[in-house]
Design a protein around this ligand. Sequence first.
Ligand code: COA
Length: 159
Amino acid sequence: MSGLSGWEIGKTKMQLSIIEHGGHEYDLAVVLRDRVLRQPLGLQFTAEQLSAESSNVHVVGSIEDQIMACCVLAQRDQGWFQARQVAVDFDFQRCGYGQQLMEFAHRYVASIGATKIYCHSRDVAVPFYVRLGYQAVGEYFEEVSIQHVRMEKDLVQEI
Ligand SMILES: CC(C)(COP(=O)(O)OP(=O)(O)OC[C@H]1O[C@@H](n2cnc3c(N)ncnc32)[C@H](O)[C@@H]1OP(=O)(O)O)[C@@H](O)C(=O)NCCC(=O)NCCS
């Protein structure tokens, strides 16, 4: 993407899709998650962590066949889903793609019965989730060595 400004990147259409756990696209999404979410913290995924995602919903965004955004949606009890591993590749951040990704994720989980969604938001990502209509609940806590807060959103209006 070198040579394109953020404005020009932001005009490029992102394709959104649900992918299978364990396939080639899943592997590419894990590479993206590793680069954006784990390496900056000096961490890496374990085989057990990735295996445990087999029942989750995996959403990816791609531009010209390059996966540059993703999230993982885990079904919880009583109509709740948890959004996890929300990542947009560095060159594509602050262009609106993260918002498009999550709006797609909200519509998808609402279509399969979710009424509420929550995430554990990093402190730096709180304004992103607030913009999406989430509200912070409770105290900050440490996860993967950084501060997080639970954020929740009612999905009834998405159905
Ligand atoms: C957080 C992240 C997913 C957001 O995706 P994005 O594509 O960069 O965000 P968008 O461009 O869709 O942002 C939509 C709106 O959210 C808000 N927002 C997003 N990032 C923000 C930030 N760092 N500071 C303040 N507001 C922010 C803004 O209101 C923005 O709209 P605007 O640019 O018109 O002002 C992405 O930046 C990312 O992957 N960051 C690193 C990993 C991470 O923190 N993931 C979240 C784990 S909980």
